[in-house]
Design a protein around this ligand. Structure first.
Ligand SMILES: Nc1ncnc2c1ncn2[C@@H]1O[C@H](COP(=O)(O)OP(=O)(O)OP(=O)(O)O)[C@@H](O)[C@H]1O
Ligand SMILES: [Mg+2]
Length: 345
């Protein structure tokens, strides 16, 4: 649905130099996917998004949406493609002098849709976002979350195939954020719209996205399926973001604090969909007659599976505990060996 080929966007920098806000990004977003773009402030996320709908013209490279090369089209062709792309921002700019209905109908009127038809369609999308009963209200009579949903409705009015969201939930409280995220999920699953969203919250990514791209200094430094990236982050920037969502397994000082509270042997067991240690845990505990208390748990849901680690304080006969730890290590080693084998091939 979206393809960026070696896209660059430079701005004039200091002393006649050039500054690359987006520096050679290639990216493919399949139809029906939700892609999350994360990265520190200034990484180039907003610029990247604006390149997708040609609000920014790339300095080099090509941008294709729905198979059509925006960089090769004339202004008229570009307008047509842009109509198939909706956009939602952190702060929705609604016309204060128009009703909610008028705001949502506006892009349709702009595209030349007859008045009655535009109103019909506007009511339809307002129903979709759950605000049909607010159609006659003025924007200032709405809460921030409702306003954001009107923003989504307005973006959906022209039935776009792609929705771009630039920090659409950053200004909202957790409950409202959740509502907007649920709405975006329905936009994707029920309407089949391809979504690209920028966020600085990994919680948003793990709730909503299929794919994630991490940006740093204008480049995409890591990308892939969300669970994979969360389970095995490679780039330092990615690690920082993943840690912010899942926390770290206790190490160093944190582990010492746990040791202060728990006198028994502590083991940390990774929890991930393709790591057998957690799956074998209850059997191994039973077989070795070892009991436990949870000393620490940092497990979160990523997409539809659990990820993180639990730290257990083990209780039982000394010999049993030794045997259990050895057996647990063995299941972990199985995976390590498999991995080495797979890498060698
Ligand atoms: N029109 C412009 N002219 C000059 N420099 C720009 C322009 N737009 C963006 N930049 C610069 O490009 C870089 C990337 O900006 P961008 O807004 O894409 O970052 P971002 O990742 O969205 O950051 P944030 O998380 O703060 O929104 C920044 O250093 C910014 O100052
Ligand atoms: Mg930005």
């Amino acid at each position: 649905m979206i393809e960026l080929r070696d896209v660059r966007k430079t701005y004039p920098g200091k002393h006649g130099t050039e500054f690359a806000a987006v520096d050679g990004v290639s990216l493919t977003v399949a139809e029906g996917t939700v892609l999350g773009v994360v990265g520190h402030s200034g990484a180039g996320k907003s610029t990247l998004l604006r390149l997708v709908n040609h609000l920014e013209v790339p300095t080099a490279g090509r941008v294709l949406v729905g198979g059509r090369d925006l960089t090769a089209l004339d202004e008229r062709g570009r307008r047509a493609v842009r109509r198939s792309i909706g956009m939602v921002f952190q702060h929705v700019n609604l016309f204060r002098s128009r009703t909610v209905l008028g705001n949502v109908a506006y892009p349709l009127r702009l595209a030349g849709t007859p008045r009655a038809e535009a109103r019909r369609r506007a009511l339809e999308v307002l129903r979709f976002v759950g605000l049909e009963d607010r159609a006659r209200h003025w924007p200032e009579q709405l809460s921030g979350g409702q306003r954001q949903r009107v923003g989504v409705a307005r973006a959906l009015a022209t039935s776009p195939k792609v929705l771009l969201c630039d920090e659409a939930t950053s200004a909202l409280d957790p409950q409202t954020t959740r509502e907007v995220l649920e709405l975006l999920r329905r936009v994707n699953t029920e309407l089949g719209v391809t979504v690209v969203l920028i966020t600085h919250e990994m919680d948003v990514v793990r709730f909503l996205c299929d794919q994630v791209a991490v940006m740093s200094e204008g480049r995409v430094v890591e990308s892939g399926e969300v669970y994979e990236v969360f389970a095995r982050p490679r780039h330092p920037v990615t690690k920082v973001f993943v840690r912010s969502a899942l926390g770290d397994p206790p190490e160093g000082e944190a582990l010492e604090r746990l040791r202060g509270r728990h006198t028994g042997r502590l083991v940390t067991v990774p929890v991930a969909r393709d790591v057998p240690a957690a799956q074998h845990l209850s059997r191994l505990l039973r077989e070795h007659r070892v009991d436990f208390t949870i000393a620490h748990a940092g497990v979160g849901e990523v997409r539809d599976a659990a990820l993180g680690s639990v730290t257990l304080e083990l209780r039982g006969e000394e010999g049993d505990v030794d045997a259990f730890v050895a057996a647990l290590d063995a299941v972990r080693t199985v995976r390590a060996t498999e991995k080495v084998g797979a890498d060698a091939r």
